[in-house]
Design a protein. Structure first.
Length: 256
């Protein structure tokens, strides 16, 4: 299974995976019936989660809703540390993850806007460098595992800050590759996919983020909390939900 998933991730365009993979995996889920792990997003139970990744990680992907470790952590964070599920908000979800779309839309209705340049799952087609929204439009913005792909991450972060209302928050996550460099590595001259994979961890990444990532977010105006939420949960919860061990939530607020 690991080899099959790795093959599809490396060779099938992302937009086709987004459209069809959930149908296939719902069939596969029959073979993972059990009670050892639980997805907090869809509340399904399995004997284990599916492997996932170009270099496949064990126990990662929920075969029912397609949540990954980071999605399950974000869901628990929103539930425990914000009023996202109890208060109606205007939400912008950039590069929306399929595991969240229907659930978030059920809560926030027409005020939940999905947007992306290419994703077939998004309502609005847009370039994150120049978003078609007024200043101070949204209470919440989600933008996860996008900044490592964009040409100008400072401009993209600034756009998120611009459209966020004062008092609102954004969660802007990035992939972490160990050992984490002190300073973000990027070179516009590295364009070959093989070279990008070598230097940045994946062939469609244009930078490898370092320990300075929170300061890059702060530079556009955000007040950033680096919340080590996963370690506030018990070992039993971390195991039950198969959460990432070293994922810090970058909770970004726009001061009033």
């Amino acid at each position: 299974m690991k080899q099959i998933i790795s093959f599809f991730l490396k060779n099938v365009p992302r937009k086709y995976l987004q459209l069809f993979s959930h149908v296939v995996l719902k069939i596969v889920s029959i073979f993972y019936v059990g009670n050892k792990v639980q997805c907090p997003v869809c509340e399904s139970n399995f004997r284990k989660f599916l492997p996932y990744g170009r270099e496949a990680r064990e126990n990662a992907l929920c075969p029912n809703c397609l949540s990954l470790e980071r999605h399950r952590l974000m869901w628990l964070f929103l539930k425990e540390k914000t009023d996202f599920f109890t208060s109606k908000k205007k939400v912008l979800h950039i590069a929306p993850e399929i595991c969240f779309i229907e659930l978030f839309e059920n809560i926030h209705k027409e005020n939940y806007i999905t947007a992306d340049l290419e994703s077939p799952l998004a309502k609005v087609k847009m370039d994150i460098h120049e978003m078609p929204f007024e200043d101070n439009s949204f209470d919440v913005v989600f933008c996860n595992h996008v900044m490592e792909h964009v040409a100008d991450d400072f401009k993209s972060m600034g756009e998120i800050f611009r459209v966020l209302k004062p008092g609102g928050f954004a969660i802007i996550q990035i992939p972490i590759f160990h050992p984490v460099p002190d300073i973000t590595l990027e070179d516009s001259g590295i364009t070959d996919p093989k070279d990008r994979e070598k230097h940045y961890g994946q062939d469609d990444h244009v930078r490898l983020y370092g320990k300075d990532y929170p300061d890059r977010l702060r530079s556009v105006g955000f007040v950033v909390a680096e919340d080590n939420f996963v370690n506030q949960l018990s070992i039993e919860q971390q195991t039950k939900y198969a959460l990432p061990k070293d994922e810090v939530i970058h909770f970004c607020e726009k001061a009033i």
